[in-house]
Design a protein around this ligand. Structure first.
Ligand code: NAP
Ligand code: SF4
Length: 670
């Protein structure tokens, strides 16, 4: 029966034909994401639980993280590979469990090429990537030939392991891209030298795979629609490649945007939702097989819209399925307002993986910890008071209610959200509002007694069996002469709209919030076309790799961002998004001052000393972003046992990831 709200998204689709044809129950693909669990054989049960929970949640097709076809194709030393029968046998555990849960699963075969973080890495040429320290070995013609066959063998092993399909990773700048682009391929043998010969390698990979697995086994190929690097492919080359690959036996095209070394953000929060859909639509005009859209699609509404517009046949969402394993089931039951939406922060997923830690999710700390962080129904129905409705308190209240406790949530202000409410005011972080929508709805569904505008006292908490104190933080106001000058405001006052700064602003403190506030202050309104123009994204039919000259921004204010440390500003920001925030500061003309001492604030502005010389930063407003102090008055006044969490526990380097995780863990242990 056609679904009334998501008729396209929840419609089945059959991939391929013949006995191996694969019918998916809907068009939602959980895109490949390396979680770190793939790399250790002893983590296979955790990985199985991770996939199984998503299969139970109704996703059409799951694609695993990348498995290398050869050791030299590893992402890092001893990383995941699919190279022998024992691997295939071990994976039957995963495929069996996913099938039992009603799902379908494909193995991704990925050769890292010069992105391999190890000394054995190899590539089309010996050009080192800007994001890895190892110079790759340039493959001999024989090694290329051997590697194409190794890909095909991995594909065949995946089939033996019970996978329903495979995905060949041909995007994000890995080995296959390194063969395709002149930037990384300066060979003069049959695998390079002209655009046509650079396509030889991926086409051989698909042709040999098809030969080994027969006509019907679904082969997904993830094609790079837009390389976003100099010396990448042109659209003409991409379209030609797609046709060759289709002829060689590709069943479905998944799509990728940008190499990992690209300096245009492609998936983080500040990228407008659905930014890349028109490129998928373009590929769909070229090929006859189904096409899957991807990148910055995080709601069922947007996914439905893309399919309804005929721009794709399937939609891939990786991080949204990390954030909520029941994404599809909730859409199906008309409970989309209960989806825990991925906010594209990368903080617990990609940042962890790039830091060699197991992935998880900021808004769902159970992700990749399904067998460890359990919210089991309680045997003793106790009453729980949670004080403070920032991320830590919200996570604690909803987790406790989910376990069956009777929960009362006290919040002193008239709204839920705490520091998170401030974060969502930052341009490019609008998606953070989704987390508040999720928690608000969850509190309703779970029947939590929410008391807004209520400052709980020790007496109010006396009757509760358990008390969780999540009273959060307050902005730190440093001891600078003149800090009480009328031109001074805290970041909270500015982001909440209580204070509107003047044209010239000095920002004290260049941590995450100082950078965010600088973006907030300089931001001009931009639509998708402006966003593309500011990042220099052009039509790949006209500009190689889809890169053109960036259009300068017109900042709304003159901002000077200052810190005491001598280190570069923003150096401590997250790995996969910090570079983009630093780039926006530059684009917005923010003056950056480091190694400063704050002397005083007066009518002339902010007086600082840098390298022994005094300066005045002339400004109308000084915004203080100098970290936070814990708010612990209530906790200190309690003469009973209570659980202290979030910023009230430790203010330093507090972020929503730590707050939500701690709130969930404390309650899981009750
Ligand atoms: P933060 O990262 O600790 O930065 C505060 C900055 O203020 C410090 O870098 C420090 O730099 C300065 N400072 C500290 N004490 C000061 C004092 N007494 N006088 C003058 N300056 C002082 O804190 P935040 O920026 O408030 O961020 C809070 C948390 O949110 C952090 O954990 C952060 O990771 C997270 N967050 C992250 C992002 C992001 O990644 N984009 C965005 C927002 C928030 P100097 O000592 O060098 O001056
Ligand atoms: Fe999405 Fe952030 Fe969770 Fe990653 S950590 S899945 S980006 S919400």
């Amino acid at each position: 029966m056609t679904h009334p709200t998501y008729p396209h998204l929840l419609e089945p689709i059959t991939l391929g034909a013949g006995p191996d044809a694969l019918t998916l129950r809907n068009r939602v693909v959980m895109g490949s994401m390396h979680t770190g669990l793939e790399d250790h054989p002893w983590d296979i049960d955790k990985l199985t639980a991770f996939f199984t929970e998503r299969a139970r949640g109704g996703v059409g097709l799951i694609i695993t993280g990348g498995y290398a076809p050869t050791k030299r194709g590893w992402l890092k030393p001893f990383a995941s590979e699919m190279t022998n029968r024992l691997h295939a046998i071990r994976h039957q555990r995963i495929t069996g469990a996913v099938h039992e849960a009603g799902g379908a699963i494909a193995l991704q075969v990925l050769h890292a090429g010069r992105y391999g973080y190890h000394p054995l890495s190899q590539s089309a040429s010996d050009k080192k990537s800007p994001i890895t320290p190892f110079k790759p070995h340039a493959m001999s013609s024989k090694e290329v030939d051997h590697t194409a066959t190794a890909f095909a063998k991995s594909v065949a092993l995946a089939r033996k392991a019970g996978y329903d399909a495979v995905e060949i990773m041909g995007s994000e700048g890995y080995l296959i891209n390194q063969f395709l682009a002149a930037r990384t391929n300066d060979r003069d043998d049959e695998w390079g030298g002209s655009a046509a010969r650079r396509m030889h390698f991926p086409v051989e990979v698909v042709r040999r795979s098809r030969e080994l697995v027969g006509d019907d086994f679904p082969i997904v190929y993830r094609i790079s629609l837009l390389d976003l690097v100099e010396g990448g492919q042109t659209w003409e080359e991409t379209a030609e490649l797609a046709l060759h690959l289709q002829a060689a036996g590709v069943t479905v095209f998944n799509t990728g945007i940008g190499w990992h070394e690209a300096r245009v953000p492609t998936i983080i929060t500040q990228v407008p939702r659905g930014a890349w859909r028109s490129y998928t639509a373009r590929l769909k005009q070229v090929v006859d097989v189904p096409v899957c859209a991807s990148n910055r699609i995080n709601t069922p509404e947007l996914a439905e819209d893309i399919l309804a517009a005929g721009e794709a046949d399937l939609v891939s969402m990786a991080r949204p399925l990390l954030a909520d394993p029941a994404f599809v089931a909730k859409a199906m039951d008309e409970r989309a307002d209960e989806i825990n939406t991925c906010i594209a922060c990368n903080q617990a997923c990609l940042d962890h993986v790039f830091d060699n830690q197991r992935a998880s999710c900021l808004v769902n700390p159970r992700a990749c910890h399904e067998t460890e962080l359990l919210l089991t129904p309680t045997m003793r129905k106790q009453t729980v008071a949670v004080v403070g409705a920032g991320p830590a308190g919200l996570a604690a209240a909803t987790s406790a209610a989910e376990r069956g406790f009777a929960v009362t949530l006290f919040e002193k202000s008239p709204a839920l959200g705490g520091q998170f409410r401030l974060a969502m005011a930052v341009p490019g972080k609008e998606d953070f509002a989704e987390t508040l929508r999720y928690f608000t709805r969850r509190l309703e569904v779970l029947g939590v007694d929410v008391r807004l505008s209520t400052e709980a006292s020790a007496d109010d908490l006396a009757g509760f069996d358990q008390v969780v104190v999540a009273t959060g933080v307050e902005p730190r106001m440093p001891d600078i002469p003149g800090i009480d000058h009328p031109s001074v405001a805290s970041y909270a006052e500015v982001l909440s709209g209580a204070v509107v700064p003047g044209r010239r602003v000095a920002v004290i403190g260049a941590g995450g919030i100082g950078v965010d506030v600088s973006v907030f202050l300089t931001h001009e309104h931009e639509d998708l076309d402006d966003w593309m123009a500011h990042w220099g994204v052009g039509d790949p039919a006209l500009h190689v790799g889809g890169l053109t000259e960036a259009k300068p921004r017109t900042p709304a204010r003159e901002v000077t961002l200052i810190q005491r440390k001598a280190t570069p500003i923003g150096i401590g920001l997250a790995k996969t998004s910090g570079w983009a925030h630093r780039a926006v500061l530059k684009q917005s003309g923010v003056t950056q001052v480091r190694g400063a001492t704050y002397d005083r604030i007066d009518d002339a502005g902010l007086h600082i000393t840098v390298d022994g010389a005094s300066h005045v930063v002339e400004c109308d407003t000084v915004v203080v972003c100098a970290g936070q102090d814990s708010v612990r008055g209530l906790y200190d006044a309690l003469d009973r046992e209570a659980h202290l969490i979030g910023g009230a526990d430790v203010a330093a380097e507090l972020d929503a990831k730590r707050a939500i995780k701690q709130g969930t863990e404390v309650v899981a242990a009750l």
